[in-house]
Structure formats: structure tokens, C-alpha cells
Design a binder for this molecule. Structure first.
Ligand code: S3P
Length: 178
């Protein structure tokens, strides 16, 4: 199949963005890229190391520059973005201008149950802090997104099925020959 525009998956840590992007890419034969993994490779450091060295501020600067570069790629990709991508308003403009933005919604408790290694996520310190941050970001995700998929109680296949249905309906995912 072919993608007509970039697809940006946004949502809180543990929403399943990376797994959904990978499965979607494999199912539809399109290209996927995980923004945090790309940052870690290009910086030669883990996200936690970047936070430890320059704080969240440094990470957000690198993230914004990366979003600008990646969204300029001429071939459409599905990008799984870091959970805080929407905290930089410029990223929201870039994503909405250059692609379609999909919010995978999750609550903090379900997210906590899905994330096995919280040590790699500097902003997922404890469940109370995560609940607060998740609630604070929810309206920002909703506003930034063209479409929201509620992931509660759903597995990756079910979420991908909903994503495919939406993208086909909108003419963003088409059969190769179209
Ligand atoms: C962050 C989410 C993380 C990562 C960084 C900050 C956030 O990505 O970008 O730790 O602010 O929510 P995931 O959503 O992939 O865990």
C-alpha cells in the first residue's frame, strides 16, 4: 500500500506508539521511524543521558530540530513520536502542516502496566506524577490530533486496524496502483 502523507503517532508514554507504528508499517509495507530511537542514534546517547546532561530543555531542543528535519523527508513515513512532542507548540504546527496527527489515548494506570522499564523514561517517575502529567497533556493531545484512537483494553492489532480504517477513509492510505 502507499502512504500519501506522513503519519505522526502521538500520545502519553505507554500508549503503544512504537509498537503500533512497527506493526502498521509491516502490515501495509510502508516505512516507520521512532523519533526517540532516531535521536539516540544521531546523538550517540540515550534519552536518559540527554536528560541527565542538559535537562528536559536540551532534550526538547534536539527533539524540535529532529521533528523539523524528519518531517521534511519527501517520502511519507509513519513516525512514533515521544510523549512530550506536543509540549513544543512548533512541533504541533510542523506535524499538522506536513502530515496527519493521530492520538493514541491511554490513561496513566494502563500506561504504567504496559511499561516494563520505567527507568528509560525520565518523566515517568511515579504513578502520581504520571497521572498528573497525563491529565495535563490530554487536552493538548486532543487538540493537536486530527483523530484520536482510544487504546483502552485494546491490543496492537485492534489499534492498527482502526488506524488503517481511518487512513483509508481519509484517502491517506491507498492501494499501490492508485
Ligand atoms: C517523554 C516521553 C518519552 C521520551 C522522553 C520524554 C515525555 O517517549 O521522549 O522520555 O515527555 O512524555 P515515549 O512516549 O516513547 O516513552
Amino acid at each position: 500500500m502507499s502512504l500519501k502523507r506522513h503519519v505522526f503517532l502521538i500520545g502519553f508514554m505507554g500508549a503503544g506508539k512504537s509498537s503500533v507504528a512497527r506493526r502498521f508499517a509491516r502490515t501495509c509495507g510502508v516505512s516507520a521511524l521512532d523519533v526517540d530511537t532516531y535521536i539516540e542514534r544521531s546523538q550517540g546517547k540515550s534519552v536518559s543521558e540527554i536528560f541527565a546532561e542538559g535537562g528536559e530543555r536540551l532534550f526538547r531542543e534536539i527533539e524540535a530540530a529532529t521533528m523539523e528535519d524528519l518531517s521534511n523527508k519527501p517520502d511519507p513515513f509513519v513516525y512514533s513520536c515521544g510523549g512530550g512532542v506536543v509540549t513544543t507548540p512548533q512541533n504541533i504546527d510542523v506535524m499538522r502542516e506536513r502530515g496527519v496527527v493521530i492520538h493514541l489515548s491511554v490513561d496513566a494506570d494502563e500506561a504504567a502496566a504496559r511499561i516494563s522499564d520505567k527507568s528509560s523514561r525520565p518523566l515517568f517517575n511515579d504513578i502520581d506524577a504520571a497521572r498528573g502529567l497525563c491529565g495535563q497533556r490530554k487536552p493538548i493531545y486532543e487538540q493537536a490530533a486530527h483523530f484520536t484512537i482510544d487504546t483502552k483494553g485494546k491490543n496492537v492489532s485492534e489499534i492498527v486496524r482502526e488506524l488503517i480504517a481511518y487512513l483509508k477513509r481519509e484517502g491517506i492510505l491507498c492501494q499501490q496502483h492508485e
